[in-house]
Design a protein around this ligand. Structure first.
Ligand code: NDP
Length: 472
């Protein structure tokens, strides 16, 4: 039988995405490198099996597709994606398309798109967020590539995507790597979002001596307010969960070493390449890396554990809530600035509001705030800053005081809050009309004759440094 779309890679994401496609009424041809996985998958698909067309080879997969042929790849990022592309390309004809739905480095997507275009084929880089459940029930989908090819599969992609008030959380963002780039920044924001929640947990656990279940209850209450979001919700559930083996709170038996697959780091690296510095995201990446150094941290505890610091009063719950909200908006501000910078650099004409819109449902960073963010962006961001948007300025003004109290408390008590502290430093910098880089420019001119601009616009590109000693 003929299927409209094929999928390679029946791992966690691929299997669930295939079922989602089938459930939406589209026959889907499926292939997995290890054939037994395909058999087991189809055998467990229940009624949906009748819309699955299992293939035992790339040839059989491609032969079972109607034209133009479209094959989604959902395998591990990097070499495996190239291996699957190399297997598919000789079997395809001009007009056919390959869609990489994994988490790809967008530079790889740009390279693959150019290589396939040379062969008359289309390559679509499609970021998919929502984890296992999202893939099955409706993920958030960020598409980049040739728009004519996307038009061919758009009905399938919109059908399987999450919906926000009936509107699919799937959008086309621009050519080549645009979709994967938006997905990468989504993940960078996700790192910051998760880290900031963990920082509040740290203050409440180590500063206020609260039990996990109590913190979970507080998060559940916050989830009813402006912080309403998937990540606050699952954090609250996690904190209320007990370990079946010991009966202890599950977080107390989980080793505090964070894993990472690299997307947060990619966000920071690409941002730096673009002359941006998303401090809250960078701090979240750093916090994961530092957390991996468990043995070092334990040695550090033996050496410096009790410094006898004098802690300021612990912030109130209301302050922590407002601080989290403000810091989160600052992290998004930084994320949207990266998107704007990449769009200018790569000529993507990215619609930032559309990014906020597709993140409203289905993805890991979905939250009540995104609707307001999309509106704020559509209304126009002063200086490109989300935190300057009239919709958010009041909230930020109010939240900044709470964030400052929180960071001051954490510094005084010796509780690390890298994401909060960096969000605050960015905010304070962006509201400082006169900074301290006059001195940096003078230093640069002193040792490197780099020159400087004068505040009065007058002459004076170099300072009178030769032999100068201002202090006696
Ligand atoms: P899994 O580890 O569950 O599955 C990996 C799949 O890749 C398997 O089907 C495996 O086949 C296949 N594979 C590996 N190497 C090759 C190769 N050389 N040739 C052909 N097939 C190969 O991965 P996930 O489903 O978790 O992730 C898939 C992609 O989706 C990744 O890019 C990931 O970053 C991304 N993603 C994952 C999310 C998640 O929550 N898990 C969320 C969003 C994106 P075999 O059975 O033969 O080994």
């Amino acid at each position: 039988s003929q299927a409209r779309i094929g999928l390679v890679g029946l791992g966690v994401m691929g299997a669930n995405l295939s079922l989602n496609i089938a459930e939406n009424g589209f026959p889907v041809a499926v292939f997995n490198r290890t054939g037994s996985v395909t058999d087991a998958f189809v055998a467990s698909a229940g009624d949906l099996a009748e819309r699955l067309v299992p293939a035992k080879s790339y040839e059989a997969l491609v032969a079972s597709l109607s034209r133009p042929r479209a094959v989604i790849i959902m395998v591990k990022a990097g070499g495996p994606v190239d291996a699957v592309i190399d297997a598919l390309v000789p079997l395809m004809a001009p007009g056919d398309m390959i869609i990489d739905a994994g988490n790809a480095d967008f530079h790889d997507t740009r390279r693959r798109e150019a290589a396939l275009r040379d062969k008359g084929l289309s390559f679509i880089g499609m970021g998919v967020s929502g984890g296992e459940e999202g893939a099955r029930q409706g993920p958030s989908i960020m598409v980049g590539g040739n728009p004519e090819s996307y038009a061919v599969i758009r009905d399938i992609i919109e059908a399987i995507a999450a919906k926000h008030e009936g509107v699919p959380c799937a959008a086309y963002f621009g050519p080549d790597g645009a979709g994967h780039f938006v997905k990468t920044v989504h993940n960078g924001i996700e790192y910051a979002d998760m880290q900031m929640i963990a920082e509040v947990y740290g203050i409440l656990r180590d500063g206020a001596g609260r039990a996990p279940a109590e913190i979970g209850t507080l998060f559940a209450a916050w989830n009813e307010g402006p912080l309403n979001s998937y990540l606050v919700d699952i954090s609250s559930r996690v904190l209320g969960t007990l370990d079946p083996k010991t009966g202890q709170p599950i977080v107390d038996v989980i080793v505090d070493k964070a894993g990472q697959k690299g997307t947060g780091r990619w966000t920071a690296i690409e941002a730096l390449r673009l002359g941006q510095s998303p401090s809250a995201i960078e701090a979240a990446v750093a916090a994961r890396s530092w957390s991996a150094e468990k043995a070092t941290r334990q040695a550090g505890k033996a050496l410096f554990g009790d410094l006898g610091s004098e802690a300021l009063p612990i912030p109130s719950e209301a302050d922590l809530e407002r601080a989290l909200l403000a810091a989160k908006i600052i992290a998004y501000d930084q994320g949207f600035k990266i998107l704007a910078a990449a769009s200018a650099e790569y000529d993507w004409a990215l619609d930032l509001a559309s990014a906020a819109e597709v993140w409203r449902e289905g993805c890991i960073i979905r939250s009540a705030l995104l609707d307001d963010m999309a509106s704020a962006i559509r209304e126009g961001l002063p200086q490109g800053q989300l935190i300057f948007a009239p919709r958010f300025a009041g909230l930020i003004r109010d939240g900044a005081t709470a964030l400052r109290r929180t960071v001051a408390y954490a510094a005084s008590a010796g509780v690390p809050v890298p994401a909060f502290a960096n969000a605050l430093a960015y905010f304070d910098t962006m509201r400082q009309g006169r900074g301290t880089s006059d001195l940096i420019q003078a230093q640069r001119d002193f040792f490197g004759a780099h020159g400087f601009e004068r505040t009065d616009g007058g002459e004076g590109q170099h300072g009178p440094w030769a032999g100068s000693v201002a202090h006696s």
